[in-house]
Design a protein around this ligand. Structure first.
Ligand SMILES: *Cc1c(COP(=O)(O)O)cnc(C)c1O
Length: 369
């Protein structure tokens, strides 16, 4: 079947034909071929994070990205009913930050939340002020690209300062890792979470965590969940190279291996970042010409996904969506609380040619709707 439409979404997103066809092989999870592929992927992920294998490791985990986030929180944070528990600061400016707080509640993890409006970035000033009010903070978590709006939070200024406070640091870089360069050791990130179906351009099926080994090795027996115990999963990979606990998504792994090849062929993360930036700049300029205003100013807009305000009360998003879908393009509904909106992703196997066609198609639809 030919691809019926192009996904302009935050993931799952459009993948190449070669990524999809890499999945046409059935592999046994016990076989050496598969173990070697898993091991190779883990090593490549550490390298993409600009980290060394001596001090960092990559742990893969079955499930979607949220499983990775929940596994990190559960594995890293002690619980309030335990003798000495810590305090997690969560900096929130969107739905994914809120989801972390919801997980912390369920897991009985003590947390204090810095909540910022969804159309404003988290700033170092705000984080510093919050630390002064809460000397009990032992752990810090933040989203890099808040996919709710597409805002980019400045991890480059915030994480080195937080790390210097002797605090364990967690970043959800789900929708940015692979599409925006991140030097994990230099920023002092202990745990970075991402997943197979975002900027690496693979298909859904697993999350991965780039973890500081020393930080992870302190986390034995903390997780209250067996399957979401990131430490136990790490020990499996450490002691039996390539060996996951429990059934792993073998076809997704094959697709991911091909996606990593394509990332390297493209010129690595820096080159992919440039392509996404070009897509996004062209999209915003073109949409502006057509009368659509972006929610965020360019200063803190990511190249990943852009939120556009619904232009008028009479604008029918569903009709707009359906008309675009009939003409090849699938866009995304809005999620922000800052007023009615919709989103268009600029990641995946998408280039400026696609964006030009999308803009021409929107212009045609506008005349007909
Ligand atoms: C996609 C995404 C997630 C994970 O979502 P899943 O649906 O569980 O894969 C988490 N955080 C951010 C910022 C995301 O973009």
């Amino acid at each position: 079947m030919n691809q019926p439409y192009l996904l302009l979404t935050p993931g799952p997103l459009s993948t190449s034909a070669a990524v999809k066809s890499a999945m046409q092989v059935d592999l046994s999870t016990w076989d050496q071929d598969y173990l070697a592929i898993t091991e190779d992927i883990r090593q490549q992920l550490v390298a993409l994070a600009k980290a060394q294998l001596a001090t960092y490791t990559a742990v893969l985990l079955q499930g979607s990205g949220s499983y990775g986030v929940e596994a990190v929180l559960n594995t890293v944070l002690p619980k309030t009913y335990q003798k000495s528990y810590g305090c997690l600061m969560i900096a929130i400016n969107g739905a994914y930050g809120k989801r972390m707080a919801e997980m912390a509640d369920r897991l009985q993890i003590q947390h204090v939340d810095l909540v910022v409006p969804e159309n404003e970035p988290i700033t170092l000033d705000a984080v510093q002020a919050f630390f002064r009010e809460h000397p009990e903070i032992t752990h810090f978590a933040m989203i890099h690209c808040e996919t709710t709006t597409g805002i980019l939070n400045p991890i480059e200024t915030i994480f080195p300062w937080v790390k210097a406070q002797n605090v364990t640091t967690i970043v959800d870089a789900m929708s940015s890792f692979g599409g925006i360069p991140i030097d994990v050791p230099e920023l002092g990130i202990d745990f970075l979470i991402s997943s197979a179906n975002k900027c690496i351009q693979g298909v859904p099926g697993f999350a991965f965590v780039i973890a500081n080994r020393a930080s992870l090795e302190q986390c034995a027996n903390r997780s209250t969940s067996v399957s979401l115990d990131l430490y136990a999963q790490y020990i499996s990979f450490r002691d039996h190279p390539g060996k996951w606990r429990f059934t792993s998504p073998t076809h997704t792994i094959l697709a991911f291996q091909q996606a990593l090849r394509e990332l390297a062929l493209e010129g690595g993360i820096a080159a992919r970042h440039t392509r996404y930036l070009q897509n996004q700049l062209q999209l915003v300029a073109g949409m502006q010409n057509l009368g659509f205003e972006a929610l965020l100013p360019a200063d803190y807009q990511s190249p990943i996904i852009t939120t556009f305000k619904i232009p008028s009360a009479s604008f029918d998003f569903q009709a707009f969506y359906d008309a675009l879908k009939r003409r090849y393009f699938v866009i995304y509904p809005g999620k922000t609380t800052e007023g009615p909106s919709f989103r268009i992703g600029t990641i995946g196997n998408v280039d400026t040619q696609h964006i030009a066609t999308l803009l021409a198609t929107i212009e045609t639809i506008q005349q007909q709707l």
